[in-house]
Design a protein around this ligand. Structure first.
Ligand SMILES: CC(C)(COP(=O)(O)OP(=O)(O)OC[C@H]1O[C@@H](n2cnc3c(N)ncnc32)[C@H](O)[C@@H]1OP(=O)(O)O)[C@@H](O)C(=O)NCCC(=O)NCCS
Length: 307
């Protein structure tokens, strides 16, 4: 098996591989056709990830020049490396392709002394087994929630002690510090990338108190290939609810985005149900290596999968 870096010439084939892998897995295991027939939206991964983390993707082949059998993106950050998305061609499943890709990434992260973090489906025993065999430990459970946001907007709610507004360049360090204080990880690069928004698809909102202190932030991606809320980290569920309502209202009217809520944040979960959200899947946040406690109300995302 050969591992090498992704090149622009691979994008088309990689999108087909990721689509084929996800759609086959969900169709055969969960009887779900949620990934559709079209591979084109899956170009979102190389398109957005190569802009955020250039050169941070491995592909696998049986032999030089042969078809791609697997792919894995990685995201080096100040405190950790994150991994996602990982996919093996359905025709090469169970032959150690994903393990080889992961081992290579883990080895590079270890050489820098960094733990590795990822979010994976709790309904997927293949990826659960792959990651836990490699030493990842599930730390938190999230429910994936989805709703059709009304064209007329979300119901009003009291904003409590915080004021919510679109984030600016000057907020970036404060938001990164908040995540460091609450969850022990730092990824300032992502927050800056969101605020710069060169690709036009990134959103980032911040909640601050009356003294201008950052109490939470919440991003989103609004792209033909991915409509998702997150990443977000908040001091408490009230701040998270205010931010989530604002992001849904401002960015997703008439659309049906997905977001992840920690299952133990019962108040936030209840509020999502009141809005009409439905559960569509469960995910686990896992860490290999040092895993600081996650004390914040955390809303991870699959785009970008960097926390
Ligand atoms: C998840 C996925 C990437 C795994 O890829 P793969 O190349 O088939 O996996 P590998 O063969 O490298 O490794 C699977 C490991 O899990 C182990 N495994 C699989 N099922 C298991 C089970 N029920 N219990 C214990 N171990 C199990 C295998 O033995 C193997 O470990 P080993 O190498 O130590 O023997 C692949 O199924 C896929 O692409 N799925 C769709 C996309 C997806 O879900 N991606 C993950 C997103 S988080």
């Amino acid at each position: 098996m050969i591992l090498r870096g992704l090149t622009a010439a691979d994008w088309e084939e990689q999108a087909e591989l990721i689509h084929g892998s996800l759609s086959t897995w969900y169709r055969t295991r969960l009887n779900s056709a949620k990934f559709g027939e079209d591979a084109a939206p899956f170009r979102v991964f190389p398109e957005l990830y190569e802009a955020l983390d250039p050169g941070c993707c491995l592909v696998a082949q049986e032999e030089e020049g042969g078809p791609l059998t697997g792919t894995a993106f990685f995201h080096p950050r100040e405190t950790h490396w994150a991994v996602g998305i990982v996919a093996t061609h359905p025709g090469a499943a169970g032959r150690g392709v994903a393990r080889r890709l992961m081992e290579e990434i883990i080895g590079r992260a270890e050489a820098e002394g960094k733990p590795v973090r990822l979010v994976s489906s709790a309904m997927n025993l293949d990826s659960f087994s792959l990651y836990t065999r490699l030493g990842f430990v599930p730390r938190r459970v999230f429910q994936d929630m989805k709703m059709e946001v009304p064209e007329g907007g979300m119901p009003m709610m009291e904003s409590g002690r915080v004021r919510v507004r679109a984030a600016r360049e000057a907020d970036v360090a404060g938001m990164a510090d908040l995540e460091m204080r609450l969850n022990g990880i730092r990824r300032e690069k992502d927050l800056r990338h969101f605020v710069e928004n060169r690709q036009g698809c990134w959103r980032l909102w911040v909640a601050e108190d009356g003294d201008g202190v950052v109490r939470g932030f919440l991003g989103a991606v609004v792209h033909a290939g991915s409509k998702m809320v997150g990443p977000g980290v908040c001091e408490d569920e009230e701040v998270a609810a205010v931010l989530l309502r604002q992001v849904l209202d401002a960015e997703f009217r008439g659309q049906a985005p997905v977001w992840l809520v920690p299952v133990d944040c019962a108040g936030l979960v209840r509020r999502c149900y009141e809005w009409g959200a439905r559960n569509v899947e469960l995910h686990l946040a896992s860490v290999r290596g040092e895993a600081p406690e996650m004390r914040g109300v955390t809303l991870p995302t699959f785009m970008p999968e960097t926390g």
